[in-house]
Design a protein around this ligand. Structure first.
Ligand SMILES: O=C(COP(=O)(O)O)[C@@H](O)[C@H](O)[C@H](O)COP(=O)(O)O
Length: 354
């Protein structure tokens, strides 16, 4: 198999009614966990390099980690995706490095913090689509700003996210505007805002319809049925891992994430890519804290890092099963990026707007 475009993978997911979790990768342990779980469940993989990961590990290291995964697991289709590009230049550099998919997040300015207007977003996203599709590379855009419907805050994430209090309107993608945006830009996938936010502190109580607007997804999907919807900030914040972290010296206050059942509801209405990072961070931290507390004389990092790989692998397997991703890797026949260029040129991939 090979590195494939996100458009090809999500078209397959749409045809067969499943979604693909997009896990963030920052280091070897996350990469191995994602691939071991995919191998065990026959799941296609999206791995993404965030702005924070690019700062931490550097894009070339991330690229080679992902290429190593493709080499070791040749039977699993992999999308190498760049998360939250804040300028056309960031996306262009990722394409040059060999990423098969990029996100142009024009909902925020180049600082990754200032909410921008529709015209700016549509214009910069359209330019990135033109450049990326000429290389067969897929593009995810974002319309609306991620933020908590409870507080208007964008979340605790350090990299990308508005640093002001957002209005209710900014935090819920408008279906009409989504249709206009897709028509104007030609994006393959659209990240929408429906009440989720990055990080562990999403909701102060188990979310209900007033703070997690899954219904909004149905309205958007009805207008842009061919455009793959993306849910960012979709970690479920497993309560069992919070308990383990706190049992072994952590101090994480009460907090809730997006329930898996709510994501499954979204999948019925066009959600095809689900961004998950925090859950792997929590599982990894909990496993390492527990191992160190129980083995105070141990000093070989491979021992506790192996525990973190095991914990993250279980989370990945669980999401592959829950989102219907499992069982689909072996059904995908790779289409080269060169062939994707021809498909874009032929107009066959132009989205339908209702
Ligand atoms: O939606 C995301 C993760 O959601 P999550 O916090 O897991 O609910 C990603 O797109 C974020 O961009 C990513 O987690 C941010 O990572 P850093 O820039 O902090 O590495």
């Amino acid at each position: 198999m090979a590195l494939i475009s996100m458009r090809q993978m999500l078209d397959h997911a749409a045809e067969f009614g499943y979604a693909v979790p997009a896990f963030n990768v920052n280091n070897l342990e996350q990469m191995r966990a994602i691939m071991l779980a995919a191998d065990a469940t026959d799941s296609p993989v999206i791995v993404q390099a965030s702005a924070g990961a690019r700062k931490y590990a550097g894009a070339p290291f991330l690229r080679h980690l992902i290429l190593a995964a493709v080499e070791e697991f040749p039977h699993i289709p992999v999308v190498m995706h760049q998360d939250h590009g804040t300028s056309a230049a960031v996306c262009q550099q990722a394409i040059q490095l060999g990423f098969s998919s990029v996100m142009m997040d024009g909902s925020l300015g180049t600082d990754g913090k200032t909410p921008m207007d529709y015209d700016y977003n549509a214009d910069i996203t359209r330019r990135v689509v033109e450049m990326a599709h000429a290389c067969g590379v897929s593009v995810e855009g974002e319309l609306g700003c991620l933020g908590s419907l409870e507080t208007g805050a964008a979340g605790e994430e350090d990299g990308i996210g508005a640093d002001c209090i957002l209005t209710h309107d900014q935090m819920l993608t408008d279906p009409e505007e989504a249709a206009q945006f897709v028509k104007a830009t030609g994006v393959d996938a659209l990240a929408i805002a429906c009440g989720t936010s990055h990080g562990a502190y999403k909701f102060s109580r188990p979310p209900t319809g007033d703070i997690l607007a899954i219904d909004r997804i149905k309205e958007i999907h009805a207008r842009i049925p061919d455009t793959h919807l993306v849910m960012h900030g979709s970690s479920s914040v497993p309560q069992e891992w919070l308990a383990i972290i706190n049992e072994y010296g952590g101090a994480i206050p009460e907090t809730y994430g997006v329930p898996v059942e709510q994501i499954q509801e979204g999948i019925k209405f066009g959600v095809r890519k689900i961004n998950i990072d925090t859950d792997l961070r929590l599982a990894s931290t909990g496993a390492i804290r527990r191992y160190m507390a129980k083995n105070p004389a141990e000093f070989d990092p491979r021992k506790y890092l192996q525990e973190s790989v095991k914990a993250m692998t279980e989370i990945c397997k669980d999401r592959y099963q829950a989102f219907g991703t499992a069982g689909n890797a072996s059904k995908i026949k790779a289409i080269s990026l060169e062939k994707m260029v021809k498909l874009y040129e032929s107009g066959k991939l132009t989205p339908n707007i209702k």
